[in-house]
Design a protein around this ligand. Structure first.
Ligand SMILES: NC(=O)c1ccc[n+]([C@@H]2O[C@H](COP(=O)([O-])OP(=O)(O)OC[C@H]3O[C@@H](n4cnc5c(N)ncnc54)[C@H](O)[C@@H]3O)[C@@H](O)[C@H]2O)c1
Length: 261
């Protein structure tokens, strides 16, 4: 039987582009109702015109790292629904590239604020809506950098390991409410983010972008890029009834990445 998310209500942070938007499109195509927020109002306007938006997509401007804005976003969502089936904590920035002696505390604080603390703002407000629903799913987007070391990207790695710690803890706290909590660790995704990461690393190491790109792809045993839709498909599985006994797990979707350097 084809996996269905019929009328499941799903909140996605940072959903106007990249992995968040690819995931939203997959969930919409399987019948879900999707509530997105993003800081980029231009992209939000664009997605609202998407053909999949048949009164099932709601998009709001919100800086995920600002607790008041996140609270306002939830107020807007609660005008549409009191219950949700899933929260996808997708927001996360790449943070700076460099040796730790050269990184600034501002960069560290910003990376942890957006990649970890913002997840707390969303999760805290989503739990009562999941409890009202008598259960559901929280998916935290971590990274290969949340299960391996990642040279030159220490704040990012710290933030993504933290996401795993929160996931495992919440799965234990919320299991009795039938709320499942899992982390997905995407590998090297073909998209705008990796274009920026490759550019910054090539500049830092003074080698060609082509060489850096080849190295990134070769880190997966399958020697392949991962696509945004691969992450969306894993999210849709975890939210669906097919994933109803999966909780507390760290799930790489990375073509078997064996190193990250
Ligand atoms: N792209 C990759 O290769 C990759 C690999 C592993 C993990 N991830 C993780 O997946 C998640 C999504 O990554 P992506 O590549 O789609 O990201 P991205 O850089 O393409 O950005 C996606 C969206 O985040 C929004 N955003 C940024 N800061 C925000 C804020 N403060 N508040 C609200 N929205 C904000 C942007 O406007 C954009 O629409 C992140 O947590 C990222 O760390 C990505």
């Amino acid at each position: 039987m084809r996996l269905s998310l019929n009328n499941k209500k799903i909140i996605i942070s940072a959903g106007a582009s990249g992995i968040g938007w690819a995931t939203a499109k997959i969930c919409l195509s399987k019948g879900a109702i999707v509530y997105i927020c993003d800081i980029d109002t231009k992209s939000l306007k664009k997605i609202q015109k998407h053909p999949l938006n048949k009164k099932k997509l709601f998009a709001y401007g919100c800086d995920a790292s600002d607790e008041y804005e996140v609270s306002d976003f939830f107020n807007q969502v609660s005008k549409k629904t009191k219950k949700i089936d899933a929260l996808i904590n997708n927001v996360g920035i790449a943070g700076p590239t460099g040796n730790i002696e050269k990184l600034s505390s501002d960069d560290w604080e910003q990376t942890l604020k957006i990649n970890v603390i913002s997840h707390f703002y969303f999760t805290k407000l989503a739990i009562p809506m999941l409890k009202k629903n008598k259960g559901g799913s929280i998916i935290n987007i971590s990274s290969g950098a949340g299960i391996m070391g990642f040279p030159l990207r220490s704040p990012y790695a710290a933030s993504k390991w933290a996401v795993i710690g929160v996931t495992k803890t919440l799965a234990m706290e919320l299991g009795k409410f039938n709320i499942r909590v899992n982390a997905i660790c995407p590998g090297t995704i073909k998209g705008n983010r990796m274009i920026r990461v490759i550019r910054d690393k090539a500049k830092f190491l003074k080698i060609s972008k082509k060489k850096i790109e080849k190295e990134f792809v070769s880190m997966a045993s399958m020697n392949c890029w991962i696509y945004e839709e691969d992450i969306g498909k894993m999210c849709s599985f975890l939210i669906s009834s097919d994933g109803e006994r999966v909780s507390g797990q760290t799930i790489p979707v990375d073509g078997n990445a064996i190193r990250l350097d």
